[in-house]
Design a protein around this ligand. Structure first.
Ligand code: SF4
Length: 478
């Protein structure tokens, strides 16, 4: 922690607590005081960089307008989420992760020459209590399941914090199969923010009480449309159980989100106004939107969203939901412009599966390193991650960020060049065969997305800087 002494970190923590208390007491009356508190802190040297300060000033503008959608989301949080949970979130996310962790990540980048991530996604287990269509975990059975032990998960987090990473997400398998260990990790690392992509069916009152006790766990429930759409992919009765889990958390003023994977089949259901209103009514505060990837042998290619559907999601999120719906939406793939393209390979995030294989991304099942054999830093420096680092961004059109979904040839080049192996231990998938499944969709999206990107503010900036500098990716460094 080079730029932040423990005294300074403590001072920031006290200021954050004070700020949240003041906003809960009287939001409009105390907002100017909180603003000046943060400005004073920002002016004290190395605490906030220029980009963070610009973002802060923009957010303050939104907060002063009660009709602004971001302000409505904050009102929603203050009215419906436990104050101490919010304090913990703000402290762990904005102070520990973005500010303190960000400085440490940049230092590791500079001194070690490798990417160092903002978040690590881990599979505590391959086990799952459901059998969803199109999910690779459905291929694993009780006879061949794998788990990372509590000690192994704890070691990853301990190493990660030392390198500046304070955000840990769990997927699987169904991570709640290990819910007691997840709570133990939250308890052991109270300075980290934890989340899980969960089917929600194992969340009960006892677990919700534990969440309220540790305060640093915020699940995202996988839910894809109403009852028929959710149950047809995840099994009968799943919709009722996941909505019941939402109710349990809401009763305790615990925050949660939704994870929505859209396919060619459920697109209409997921994007309907009724469905989005249903999420608001249930108390969903954030929504991760993913597009389906045909990863795994036998994964149906016809479920890939069409280019029209992908463009439709872009419009829905930007022109409608982000202006009118008090939920924080992250539209993965289509939001590449905000992240400078693909974030995998530890550029911003990475994935560790339940066998310990360190993968660039949860959707990229190839690896040349295992966390049970190497340190985390050694994994960041692996040939596959270094190859990601060398190739990113994979396209100057940020609507085409993905080496697998949008740029066929990229993933296979990196896998062949580094000798990475398939990590699917039941049905290893040849990377060239995998890429052949996305070629037609990638070509259609290349054509459809080109004018959308060219007309967008970042697309125009990118075009201007490319002409001025000769570097098609100059805007990413801008
Ligand atoms: S590899 Fe593809 S899915 Fe993974 S982070 Fe990069 S763009 Fe997203």
């Amino acid at each position: 922690m080079p730029a932040f002494t423990s005294i300074k970190a403590k001072a920031i923590g006290i200021a954050v607590d004070q700020g949240v208390n003041m906003l809960y007491d009287d939001f409009d009356g105390n907002l100017p005081k909180v603003e000046s508190l943060i400005n004073k802190f920002a002016g004290s040297g190395d605490s906030i960089n220029d980009a963070q300060l610009r973002l802060f000033n923009m957010v303050m503008g939104y907060m002063k307008d009660p009709t602004n959608n971001w302000r409505r989301l904050v009102d929603n949080i203050i009215n419906n989420v436990d104050k101490d949970v919010v304090k913990t979130f703000v402290h762990n996310f904005f102070v520990n992760s973005v500010t303190i962790g960000g400085a440490r990540q940049r230092e590791v980048n500079d001194t070690e020459g490798c990417n160092c991530p903002w978040a690590i996604l881990m599979d505590p287990t391959t086990r799952c209590n459901l059998h969803c269509n199109g999910c690779w975990a459905a291929n694993y059975t009780n006879a061949n399941h794998k788990d990372l032990t509590f000690e192994e998960l704890d070691s990853i987090i301990t190493q990660g914090k030392d390198l500046g990473t304070y955000i840990y997400l769990f997927t699987g398998g169904e991570p709640m199969v290990r819910k007691n260990d997840l709570i133990r990790l939250c308890e052991k690392h109270p300075d980290c923010f934890f989340s899980a992509f969960t089917n929600g069916t194992l969340v009960d009152e006892k677990f919700a009480d534990e969440m309220l006790r540790v305060k640093n766990f915020m699940p995202a429930f996988s839910i894809e449309g109403f009852e028929e759409a959710t149950d047809s992919r995840r099994g009968k009765g799943t919709f009722e159980r996941v909505t019941h889990a939402m109710d349990i958390l809401r009763e305790r003023k615990l925050p949660f989100g939704a994870s929505m994977c859209y396919t060619s089949a459920n697109y209409d259901s997921i994007t309907s106004d009724e469905y989005i209103q249903f999420l608001v009514d249930k108390g969903v505060l954030f929504a991760w939107i993913f597009t389906y990837m045909p990863v795994g042998l036998g994964a149906p290619v016809e479920l890939l969203a069409t280019a029209e559907q992908r463009a439709g999601m872009y419009d829905k999120v930007r022109k409608n939901w982000r202006n009118n719906v008090p939920i924080f939406f992250a539209d993965f793939w289509n939001d590449g412009e905000y992240t400078g393209g693909c974030i995998a390979g530890a550029r911003r995030y990475m994935h560790i599966n339940a066998a310990g294989d360190v993968e660039p991304c949860a959707f990229i099942h190839y690896s040349d390193s295992n966390i049970l054999e190497k340190t985390l830093l050694e994994c960041y420096k692996s040939p596959l991650f270094k190859s990601y680092q060398a190739h990113q961004p994979f396209n100057s059109n940020m609507l085409r960020p993905c080496p697998l979904l949008d740029n066929p040839g990229m993933l296979s080049e990196m896998v062949h060049e580094t000798g990475a192996k398939s990590t699917d231990y039941v049905h290893p998938e040849d990377v060239d065969e995998l890429e052949s499944k996305t070629q037609a969709a990638a070509a259609a999206w290349a054509e459809k997305s080109a004018p959308i990107w060219a007309a967008s503010p970042k697309g125009r900036l990118s075009d201007r800087l490319a002409k001025e500098t000769g570097d098609p990716n100059a805007w990413v460094k801008y």
